[in-house]
Design a protein around this ligand. Structure first.
Ligand code: CU
Ligand code: CU
Length: 380
């Protein structure tokens, strides 16, 4: 079931215009917000509950139907099956499956996605059955680990997995090199040593590329630094970034993948989000402790729009472009932008801030109004 929803129509969604286009089901999509239609239509006089006060959606998507929840995706790391090789190197084995699956990205708006799932990612599995998620499993490892990914294409189209990182051309997951395209029902193994440390990503590289990525075949790929390579302050920072060190437990780490959905396949997105569900963190703010450092591994997998961004309200943060340095590449900023596939690490503290809801969103206002907006709920 796929609803046709154009970009302009999505922007115009209001209690007046929606039913005409999409039937009553989509009526629940958006709270009337300040949109073009509010200016164009002959709305009755505004009161406290009118178009100028509402943000987000009325109602929520059915997370059970999707079989994943963006509130869990924030924290759902996939460490793979871990063992030690004879030479002492850590081996991480992942099994990743690509499948076709319809997902609900905003209340009443369904999208025929192609998605990745893994048995070692709790949020992409139900009772041992791989159900997948968008974004795909957040793969996490440490620099120097041997990564072995068995990829099986359980979908209806040819796919690959292309990792950003340093590796052999034969393990690059692009058409015509190494295993090349993996056809439905086929499998391959990608293997490489994890490098460099950073906030990376992976995605399908089958053609047409933008369609394969946009359909949902992407995810975060985080390589932690190895603290034993450093001394002094650098060692302390690397330990804080390494998930096997106790210092890392003092930080609240999240994954955010900025994405968009072209619901009518016209080459433009109608819905924008972090972690796929429009306004997910408006409906369910991300609760954070004000005295705890917040670290966000954020990447841009939005197709069709060349740039996306994050802006956090009432505070400033440090940013590590690509996450490949131990020192911030931008200090004391409140907005950063990322081109397609760019990513980095945001570090922010609300220490001594007044408890309350602090907004974050893309600073492309259109993206924000179409779903890419949320709240941190800062608690003592
Ligand atoms: Cu693909
Ligand atoms: Cu890429």
């Amino acid at each position: 079931m796929t609803k046709k929803l154009s970009r302009k129509e999505a922007l115009k969604l209001s209690s007046v215009g929606v039913a005409l286009f999409l039937g009553s089901k989509i009526n629940s999509l958006f709270n009337p917000s300040e949109t073009v239609s509010a200016l164009e239509s002959s709305d009755p006089p505004h009161d406290k509950h009118d178009a100028h006060t509402g943000l987000g959606t009325v109602g929520e998507v059915n997370h059970e139907f999707n079989e994943f929840n963006p509130s869990n995706i924030l924290y759902d790391w996939d460490y793979g099956n871990v063992s030690t090789l004879e030479n002492g190197q850590t081996l991480r084995e992942y099994k990743i499956l690509a499948i076709d699956k319809e997902i609900e990205i905003a209340p009443g708006v369904y999208f025929p996605a192609w998605i990745y799932g893994s048995p070692t990612s709790p949020e992409s599995r139900v009772a041992g059955h791989i159900v997948g998620r968008v974004p795909g499993p957040s793969l996490r490892c440490i620099e120097g680990d041997l990564i072995r990914i068995t990829f099986t294409n359980g979908g209806s189209h040819p796919h690959t997995i292309h990792f950003h990182g340093i590796h052999s051309a034969f393990m690059d997951g692009v058409p015509g090199v190494g295993a090349g395209i993996i056809f439905p029902g086929e499998s391959t193994v990608y293997e490489f040593t994890a490098a460099p440390f950073g906030s990376h990503l992976y995605h399908c590289h089958a053609l047409p590329l933008k369609r394969h990525i946009h359909k949902g075949l992407y995810g975060a790929f985080v390589i932690d630094p190895d603290p034993e390579k450093y001394t002094g302050e650098e060692r302390a920072i690397a330990a804080s970034r390494n998930h096997t060190y106790p210092e890392n437990k003092e930080v609240n780490e999240m994954v955010m993948v900025m994405n968009g959905f072209d619901t009518n396949f016209d080459g433009g997105n109608e819905i924008y989000a972090v972690n796929s569900i429009a306004f997910a963190y408006m409906n369910n703010p991300i609760k954070i402790k004000r005295d705890q450092l917040q670290r966000i591994y954020i990447s841009n997998l939005t197709e069709f729009d060349p740039i996306n961004s994050i802006h956090i309200h009432a505070n400033f943060f440090n940013y590590y472009d690509h996450g490949t340095t131990l020192q911030p590449t931008s200090k004391i900023v409140d907005t950063i932008m990322q081109c397609q596939a760019q990513r980095g690490i945001v570090e922010i503290s609300f220490k001594d801030f007044e408890p309350g809801k602090y907004m974050f969103h893309a600073h492309q206002s259109e993206f924000a109004e179409l779903g890419w907006m949320g709240f941190f709920e800062v608690e003592k």
